[in-house]
Design a protein around this ligand. Structure first.
Ligand code: C2E
Ligand code: CA
Ligand code: CA
Ligand code: CA
Length: 279
């Protein structure tokens, strides 16, 4: 075992050293990203299949790294979670998203809603519910305007702080969206325990909806489940008109994806919302 370990070490060392050096560099930069205003929110529209209008937007964080350019959240969020920088970054995202939504509700659409992603790691932070309340209050928003996107595994976490925070959010009147629904745990008990308002069908099920009868069956089942439980169902990753037709015929409530609009800076979304309000 000892010998094998030594071999592994020798084999991986050069690559690991480069990887760690890169990560440390990135982490050093990330520590200052909020202060230096390098983080930016993009927004992606969600369209109602009942009215064909934009009814909500999802906030998606972007990091404009001074040397590396745009860093996508896949890399950014993972690093932020490992280093706990997700706490200040998550707070910045939430406050920024709430301010933007308040503005859009004032000038364009009083019923518009905003979905904000919360990492499970953020639920380890004391005072998360209070922070959400303060972000809403500062922006002058009612709690019903906000949808917090969380994953199934979070709702299966029995840590007392997580349960306490989810209960507080429920008492505040905030709705949860289950992101990537169907890819995590299969227990559905949490749908009764927590204030779930939306199920988001994961992109991986939508992609081959027309070719793969298994994926189509999963989507049909999620839509039926949501309907019985009186939850809204949102399909993500909609890229083609054929996928859109399928989802419409199957009774999906809302769609999100490149076909309807890519994640874009606030100004572009604002123009879309304005056009949407005219027709
Ligand atoms: P997610 O919450 O599942 O977000 C959807 C991802 O799918 C986004 O990637 C979006 O750009 C992408 N997407 C949307 N429509 C389409 C489509 O039609 N086709 C394809 N191929 N992709 C589409 P993005 O922005 O790179 O974000 C990746 C993940 O990073 C998110 O997945 C979310 O889990 C996380 N994330 C993003 N912003 C935040 C944030 O502010 N806080 C936290 N905690 N996580 C975030
Ligand atoms: Ca999401
Ligand atoms: Ca998702
Ligand atoms: Ca995802």
């Amino acid at each position: 075992v000892k010998q094998q370990g030594r071999n592994d070490f020798a084999f991986f060392r050069p690559e690991m050293r480069v990887r760690i050096a890169n990560l440390l560099q990135l982490e050093k930069h990330l520590r200052h990203a909020v202060d230096r205003e390098e983080l930016k929110l993009f927004y992606q529209p969600q369209v109602s299949l009942e009215t064909d209008r934009i009814v909500g937007v999802e906030a998606l964080v972007r990091w404009r790294h001074p040397e590396r350019g745009l860093v996508l959240p896949g890399e950014l969020i993972g690093l932020a979670e490992e280093t706990r920088l997700i706490f200040p970054i998550g707070e910045w995202v939430l406050r920024q998203a709430c301010r933007q939504l308040a503005r859009w509700r004032q000038v364009l659409d009083p019923g518009l809603r905003m979905a904000v992603n919360l990492s499970a790691v953020q639920f380890q932070q004391p005072g998360l519910a209070e922070m959400v309340r303060s972000a809403l209050d500062d922006a002058g928003l009612e709690p019903q305007a906000l949808e917090l996107e969380v994953t199934e595994s979070l709702l299966m976490d029995n840590a007392s702080r997580t349960v306490e925070t989810l209960t507080m959010l429920k008492e505040m009147g905030i709705q949860l969206s289950i992101d990537d629904f169907g890819t995590g745990y299969s227990s559905l008990v949490y749908l009764k325990r927590f204030p779930v308002g939306q199920l988001k069908i994961d992109r991986s099920f939508v992609r081959d909806i027309l070719e793969d009868s298994g994926d189509a069956a999963i989507c049909t089942a999620i839509i039926a489940l949501a309907s019985y439980l009186r939850l809204e169902v949102v399909a993500e990753g909609v890229e083609t008109p054929e996928q859109l037709d399928w989802l419409r015929r199957s009774g999906c409530d809302r769609v999100q994806g490149y076909l309807l609009g890519r994640p874009a800076p606030a100004a572009e979304i604002e123009a879309m919302l304005a056009r949407d309000a005219e027709v």
